[in-house]
Design a protein around this ligand. Structure first.
Ligand code: ZN
Length: 343
Protein backbone atom coordinates (compact mmCIF):
# COMPACT_ATOMS: atom_id res chain seq x y z
CA UNK A 1 0.00 0.00 0.00
CA UNK A 2 1.21 3.49 -0.71
CA UNK A 3 1.15 6.13 2.02
CA UNK A 4 -2.00 7.79 0.78
CA UNK A 5 -3.96 4.51 0.89
CA UNK A 6 -2.46 3.73 4.32
CA UNK A 7 -3.63 7.09 5.63
CA UNK A 8 -7.12 6.55 4.20
CA UNK A 9 -7.32 3.08 5.80
CA UNK A 10 -6.15 4.52 9.14
CA UNK A 11 -8.76 7.26 8.94
CA UNK A 12 -11.50 4.77 8.11
CA UNK A 13 -10.47 2.54 11.02
CA UNK A 14 -10.58 5.53 13.38
CA UNK A 15 -14.04 6.42 12.12
CA UNK A 16 -15.24 2.87 12.68
CA UNK A 17 -13.84 2.98 16.22
CA UNK A 18 -15.47 6.32 16.99
CA UNK A 19 -18.81 5.17 15.62
CA UNK A 20 -18.43 1.98 17.65
CA UNK A 21 -17.85 3.98 20.84
CA UNK A 22 -20.97 6.06 20.20
CA UNK A 23 -23.02 2.95 19.66
CA UNK A 24 -22.00 1.60 23.06
CA UNK A 25 -24.47 3.92 24.74
CA UNK A 26 -27.51 4.43 22.59
CA UNK A 27 -29.11 6.65 25.22
CA UNK A 28 -26.28 9.20 24.71
CA UNK A 29 -27.07 9.47 21.04
CA UNK A 30 -30.77 9.85 21.60
CA UNK A 31 -30.47 12.24 24.55
CA UNK A 32 -30.05 15.28 22.31
CA UNK A 33 -32.26 14.14 19.49
CA UNK A 34 -35.80 13.01 19.11
CA UNK A 35 -36.63 9.47 20.11
CA UNK A 36 -38.98 7.97 17.58
CA UNK A 37 -41.60 5.72 19.15
CA UNK A 38 -43.80 3.61 16.91
CA UNK A 39 -47.19 2.77 18.39
CA UNK A 40 -48.93 -0.20 16.81
CA UNK A 41 -52.65 -0.55 17.60
CA UNK A 42 -53.10 -4.33 17.29
CA UNK A 43 -55.49 -5.86 14.70
CA UNK A 44 -57.82 -3.68 12.53
CA UNK A 45 -60.20 -4.01 9.59
CA UNK A 46 -61.37 -7.61 9.13
CA UNK A 47 -58.95 -8.67 11.86
CA UNK A 48 -61.10 -7.96 14.92
CA UNK A 49 -58.90 -9.45 17.63
CA UNK A 50 -60.74 -10.62 20.74
CA UNK A 51 -64.46 -9.78 21.02
CA UNK A 52 -66.28 -9.84 24.36
CA UNK A 53 -69.04 -7.88 26.08
CA UNK A 54 -69.82 -6.10 22.81
CA UNK A 55 -66.25 -4.79 22.53
CA UNK A 56 -63.78 -5.48 19.72
CA UNK A 57 -60.08 -5.54 20.50
CA UNK A 58 -59.19 -3.70 17.24
CA UNK A 59 -61.26 -0.66 18.33
CA UNK A 60 -59.95 -0.65 21.89
CA UNK A 61 -56.31 -0.77 20.74
CA UNK A 62 -56.94 2.17 18.39
CA UNK A 63 -58.58 4.18 21.18
CA UNK A 64 -55.74 3.41 23.60
CA UNK A 65 -53.23 4.36 20.89
CA UNK A 66 -55.01 7.70 20.35
CA UNK A 67 -54.76 8.57 24.04
CA UNK A 68 -51.17 7.34 24.24
CA UNK A 69 -50.16 9.37 21.18
CA UNK A 70 -51.81 12.53 22.45
CA UNK A 71 -50.29 12.21 25.94
CA UNK A 72 -46.80 11.13 24.89
CA UNK A 73 -46.61 13.90 22.28
CA UNK A 74 -46.77 16.44 25.10
CA UNK A 75 -43.30 15.32 26.22
CA UNK A 76 -40.19 16.94 24.75
CA UNK A 77 -37.67 14.99 22.69
CA UNK A 78 -40.05 12.36 21.41
CA UNK A 79 -41.69 11.84 18.05
CA UNK A 80 -44.63 9.45 17.91
CA UNK A 81 -45.44 7.58 14.75
CA UNK A 82 -48.17 5.01 14.19
CA UNK A 83 -48.70 1.87 12.16
CA UNK A 84 -52.37 2.75 11.69
CA UNK A 85 -54.72 5.66 12.45
CA UNK A 86 -57.89 4.07 11.15
CA UNK A 87 -59.79 0.80 11.04
CA UNK A 88 -57.50 -0.97 8.58
CA UNK A 89 -55.57 -4.20 8.82
CA UNK A 90 -51.86 -4.50 8.16
CA UNK A 91 -49.65 -7.56 8.12
CA UNK A 92 -47.30 -7.96 11.06
CA UNK A 93 -44.36 -7.47 8.71
CA UNK A 94 -45.85 -4.23 7.34
CA UNK A 95 -46.18 -2.94 10.88
CA UNK A 96 -42.51 -3.64 11.65
CA UNK A 97 -41.48 -2.12 8.30
CA UNK A 98 -43.34 1.12 9.09
CA UNK A 99 -41.32 1.32 12.31
CA UNK A 100 -38.13 0.72 10.34
CA UNK A 101 -38.96 3.25 7.59
CA UNK A 102 -39.43 5.91 10.27
CA UNK A 103 -36.24 5.02 12.19
CA UNK A 104 -38.27 4.05 15.24
CA UNK A 105 -36.25 3.22 18.31
CA UNK A 106 -39.07 1.23 19.91
CA UNK A 107 -42.10 -0.58 18.50
CA UNK A 108 -44.94 -0.89 20.98
CA UNK A 109 -47.79 -3.15 19.95
CA UNK A 110 -51.01 -2.61 21.90
CA UNK A 111 -53.38 -5.49 22.66
CA UNK A 112 -56.01 -6.80 25.03
CA UNK A 113 -56.00 -10.40 26.11
CA UNK A 114 -58.35 -13.36 26.26
CA UNK A 115 -57.74 -16.95 27.31
CA UNK A 116 -59.20 -20.27 26.20
CA UNK A 117 -60.45 -21.10 29.67
CA UNK A 118 -61.62 -17.49 30.35
CA UNK A 119 -60.05 -17.79 33.79
CA UNK A 120 -56.97 -15.59 33.47
CA UNK A 121 -56.77 -11.93 34.45
CA UNK A 122 -54.08 -9.24 34.69
CA UNK A 123 -51.59 -7.53 32.43
CA UNK A 124 -48.52 -9.02 30.75
CA UNK A 125 -45.81 -7.90 28.35
CA UNK A 126 -44.04 -10.00 25.71
CA UNK A 127 -40.50 -9.14 24.62
CA UNK A 128 -37.90 -10.42 22.20
CA UNK A 129 -35.88 -13.38 23.46
CA UNK A 130 -32.65 -12.14 21.89
CA UNK A 131 -29.65 -10.12 23.10
CA UNK A 132 -29.90 -6.34 23.30
CA UNK A 133 -33.48 -6.42 22.08
CA UNK A 134 -34.37 -8.55 25.10
CA UNK A 135 -32.42 -6.34 27.51
CA UNK A 136 -34.08 -3.11 26.35
CA UNK A 137 -37.57 -4.51 26.07
CA UNK A 138 -37.43 -6.35 29.39
CA UNK A 139 -36.43 -3.15 31.17
CA UNK A 140 -39.26 -1.22 29.49
CA UNK A 141 -41.78 -4.00 30.18
CA UNK A 142 -41.10 -3.77 33.91
CA UNK A 143 -41.92 -0.06 33.89
CA UNK A 144 -45.07 -0.76 31.86
CA UNK A 145 -46.30 -3.45 34.29
CA UNK A 146 -45.76 -1.07 37.20
CA UNK A 147 -47.93 1.53 35.46
CA UNK A 148 -50.68 -1.04 34.85
CA UNK A 149 -50.42 -2.20 38.47
CA UNK A 150 -50.93 1.40 39.60
CA UNK A 151 -54.34 1.24 37.88
CA UNK A 152 -55.17 -1.91 39.84
CA UNK A 153 -54.37 -4.42 37.07
CA UNK A 154 -52.69 -7.56 38.39
CA UNK A 155 -49.12 -7.47 37.01
CA UNK A 156 -48.55 -10.96 35.59
CA UNK A 157 -45.15 -11.31 34.02
CA UNK A 158 -42.62 -10.09 31.47
CA UNK A 159 -42.33 -12.96 29.01
CA UNK A 160 -40.54 -14.33 25.98
CA UNK A 161 -41.78 -17.07 23.71
CA UNK A 162 -39.71 -19.00 21.22
CA UNK A 163 -41.27 -20.76 18.22
CA UNK A 164 -42.06 -24.46 18.44
CA UNK A 165 -38.86 -25.22 16.51
CA UNK A 166 -37.06 -23.10 19.16
CA UNK A 167 -35.09 -21.11 16.58
CA UNK A 168 -36.94 -17.78 16.41
CA UNK A 169 -39.53 -15.57 18.09
CA UNK A 170 -42.98 -17.13 18.30
CA UNK A 171 -44.82 -13.82 17.86
CA UNK A 172 -44.65 -12.40 14.33
CA UNK A 173 -44.48 -8.74 15.28
CA UNK A 174 -41.49 -9.43 17.57
CA UNK A 175 -39.83 -11.59 14.87
CA UNK A 176 -40.22 -8.94 12.17
CA UNK A 177 -39.01 -6.22 14.56
CA UNK A 178 -36.01 -8.37 15.52
CA UNK A 179 -35.13 -8.89 11.85
CA UNK A 180 -35.03 -5.08 11.56
CA UNK A 181 -33.08 -4.66 14.82
CA UNK A 182 -35.85 -2.70 16.55
CA UNK A 183 -36.64 -3.33 20.24
CA UNK A 184 -40.32 -4.24 20.49
CA UNK A 185 -42.94 -5.25 23.03
CA UNK A 186 -46.47 -6.59 22.94
CA UNK A 187 -48.52 -5.07 25.75
CA UNK A 188 -51.49 -7.22 26.76
CA UNK A 189 -53.18 -4.67 29.01
CA UNK A 190 -55.79 -6.90 30.62
CA UNK A 191 -58.22 -9.73 29.79
CA UNK A 192 -61.47 -8.98 27.98
CA UNK A 193 -63.06 -12.28 29.08
CA UNK A 194 -62.63 -12.28 32.88
CA UNK A 195 -64.99 -10.35 35.12
CA UNK A 196 -62.27 -8.98 37.39
CA UNK A 197 -60.64 -7.15 34.45
CA UNK A 198 -63.86 -5.72 32.95
CA UNK A 199 -63.54 -2.43 34.82
CA UNK A 200 -60.16 -1.80 33.15
CA UNK A 201 -61.42 -1.54 29.56
CA UNK A 202 -65.22 -1.11 29.38
CA UNK A 203 -65.44 2.65 29.97
CA UNK A 204 -63.96 5.74 28.32
CA UNK A 205 -62.22 6.61 31.60
CA UNK A 206 -60.59 3.17 31.65
CA UNK A 207 -59.29 3.53 28.08
CA UNK A 208 -57.86 6.96 28.88
CA UNK A 209 -56.13 5.48 31.94
CA UNK A 210 -54.57 2.69 29.82
CA UNK A 211 -53.33 5.08 27.14
CA UNK A 212 -51.84 7.43 29.72
CA UNK A 213 -50.22 4.51 31.56
CA UNK A 214 -48.54 3.38 28.32
CA UNK A 215 -47.34 6.91 27.55
CA UNK A 216 -46.08 7.35 31.12
CA UNK A 217 -44.11 4.10 30.89
CA UNK A 218 -42.37 5.37 27.74
CA UNK A 219 -41.74 8.79 29.28
CA UNK A 220 -40.26 7.24 32.43
CA UNK A 221 -38.17 4.71 30.52
CA UNK A 222 -36.54 7.40 28.37
CA UNK A 223 -36.38 9.97 31.20
CA UNK A 224 -38.54 12.52 29.33
CA UNK A 225 -39.82 15.90 30.47
CA UNK A 226 -43.02 17.74 29.66
CA UNK A 227 -43.20 21.47 30.32
CA UNK A 228 -46.89 21.62 29.45
CA UNK A 229 -47.74 18.76 31.83
CA UNK A 230 -45.24 19.88 34.47
CA UNK A 231 -43.67 16.41 34.60
CA UNK A 232 -39.95 15.59 34.72
CA UNK A 233 -38.85 11.95 34.59
CA UNK A 234 -35.21 12.77 33.84
CA UNK A 235 -34.12 11.27 37.17
CA UNK A 236 -36.15 8.08 36.73
CA UNK A 237 -34.17 4.92 37.49
CA UNK A 238 -35.08 1.82 35.53
CA UNK A 239 -33.49 -1.59 35.81
CA UNK A 240 -30.72 -2.22 33.30
CA UNK A 241 -30.06 -5.70 31.94
CA UNK A 242 -27.14 -7.33 30.19
CA UNK A 243 -27.83 -8.73 26.76
CA UNK A 244 -28.17 -12.50 27.18
CA UNK A 245 -25.73 -14.56 25.09
CA UNK A 246 -28.38 -17.13 24.20
CA UNK A 247 -32.14 -16.76 23.62
CA UNK A 248 -34.26 -16.51 26.76
CA UNK A 249 -36.74 -19.37 26.69
CA UNK A 250 -40.22 -19.49 28.13
CA UNK A 251 -40.84 -21.48 31.30
CA UNK A 252 -42.32 -24.80 30.19
CA UNK A 253 -42.39 -26.59 33.53
CA UNK A 254 -44.92 -26.39 36.37
CA UNK A 255 -43.81 -24.90 39.73
CA UNK A 256 -41.31 -27.34 41.26
CA UNK A 257 -42.69 -27.00 44.82
CA UNK A 258 -46.46 -27.64 45.16
CA UNK A 259 -47.31 -28.88 48.64
CA UNK A 260 -50.27 -28.40 50.96
CA UNK A 261 -50.76 -29.31 54.63
CA UNK A 262 -53.70 -28.95 57.04
CA UNK A 263 -53.08 -26.22 59.56
CA UNK A 264 -56.39 -26.29 61.38
CA UNK A 265 -59.91 -27.51 60.78
CA UNK A 266 -63.10 -26.31 62.49
CA UNK A 267 -65.90 -28.90 62.07
CA UNK A 268 -68.61 -26.43 63.13
CA UNK A 269 -67.88 -23.91 60.33
CA UNK A 270 -66.22 -26.51 58.04
CA UNK A 271 -63.38 -24.05 57.50
CA UNK A 272 -60.05 -25.73 56.82
CA UNK A 273 -56.95 -23.57 57.06
CA UNK A 274 -54.56 -24.85 54.41
CA UNK A 275 -50.84 -24.19 54.44
CA UNK A 276 -49.40 -23.95 50.91
CA UNK A 277 -45.75 -24.23 49.93
CA UNK A 278 -45.08 -23.17 46.34
CA UNK A 279 -42.01 -22.20 44.37
CA UNK A 280 -41.09 -21.75 40.74
CA UNK A 281 -37.49 -20.69 40.37
CA UNK A 282 -37.89 -19.89 36.64
CA UNK A 283 -40.89 -17.54 36.60
CA UNK A 284 -42.35 -17.26 40.10
CA UNK A 285 -45.87 -18.07 41.29
CA UNK A 286 -48.79 -16.06 39.86
CA UNK A 287 -52.06 -17.84 40.64
CA UNK A 288 -53.65 -20.62 42.63
CA UNK A 289 -57.04 -22.28 42.68
CA UNK A 290 -58.50 -25.07 44.76
CA UNK A 291 -61.03 -27.86 44.76
CA UNK A 292 -62.90 -29.17 47.83
CA UNK A 293 -64.26 -32.22 46.00
CA UNK A 294 -61.03 -33.93 45.04
CA UNK A 295 -60.52 -32.06 41.74
CA UNK A 296 -63.97 -32.27 40.08
CA UNK A 297 -64.91 -28.62 40.53
CA UNK A 298 -62.41 -25.79 40.83
CA UNK A 299 -62.51 -22.31 42.36
CA UNK A 300 -61.67 -19.27 40.18
CA UNK A 301 -58.00 -18.35 39.95
CA UNK A 302 -56.72 -16.15 42.75
CA UNK A 303 -53.61 -13.99 42.69
CA UNK A 304 -50.67 -15.31 44.66
CA UNK A 305 -49.91 -12.47 47.04
CA UNK A 306 -47.29 -14.11 49.28
CA UNK A 307 -43.78 -12.91 48.46
CA UNK A 308 -42.55 -16.43 47.89
CA UNK A 309 -42.68 -19.79 49.57
CA UNK A 310 -45.53 -20.24 51.99
CA UNK A 311 -48.98 -18.86 52.60
CA UNK A 312 -52.21 -19.86 54.33
CA UNK A 313 -55.62 -20.07 52.68
CA UNK A 314 -58.95 -20.84 54.36
CA UNK A 315 -61.32 -23.06 52.34
CA UNK A 316 -64.80 -24.29 53.15
CA UNK A 317 -64.93 -28.08 52.98
CA UNK A 318 -67.59 -29.89 50.97
CA UNK A 319 -69.18 -33.24 51.71
CA UNK A 320 -66.38 -35.43 50.38
CA UNK A 321 -63.64 -33.67 52.39
CA UNK A 322 -60.94 -33.97 49.71
CA UNK A 323 -58.95 -30.76 49.25
CA UNK A 324 -56.45 -30.20 46.44
CA UNK A 325 -54.84 -27.03 45.00
CA UNK A 326 -53.42 -26.04 41.62
CA UNK A 327 -50.44 -23.68 41.55
CA UNK A 328 -49.57 -21.60 38.45
CA UNK A 329 -46.30 -19.95 37.44
CA UNK A 330 -45.53 -16.72 35.54
CA UNK A 331 -46.34 -18.42 32.22
CA UNK A 332 -49.73 -19.70 33.43
CA UNK A 333 -48.28 -23.20 33.67
CA UNK A 334 -49.99 -25.06 36.49
CA UNK A 335 -49.69 -28.26 38.46
CA UNK A 336 -51.68 -29.94 41.22
CA UNK A 337 -50.58 -30.32 44.80
CA UNK A 338 -51.00 -33.39 47.01
CA UNK A 339 -54.51 -34.03 48.36
CA UNK A 340 -55.63 -33.53 51.95
CA UNK A 341 -58.52 -35.66 53.25
CA UNK A 342 -60.38 -33.90 56.05
CA UNK A 343 -62.27 -37.05 57.09
ZN1 ZN B 1 -54.45 -8.87 20.15
Amino acid sequence: MNNRIKKTVALLLTMVLVIGLFQMDTMEIYADNEIVICIDPGHGGENLGATYNGFQEKNLTLQIANVMTEYLSQFEGVKVIRTRDSDTDLSLEQRAQIAKDNNAFFLISLHLNASETHHLFGGEVWTSAFGDLYAWAHSFAEVELQELAALGIYPKHVKTRMSNQAVDEYYGILRHAKNRDIPAVIIEHCYMDEIRDEQFYTSTEAIIALGQADATAVAKFFGLKSTSLGIDYSGYQRNVYEAPATPVYQDKTAPEVRQIALNAYDPASRVANIHISAKDSESGILFFRYSVDGGINWSPLYPWTAEEGDTEIPVIASSNGDVVFKIYNGFDGGGQTNHIRLW
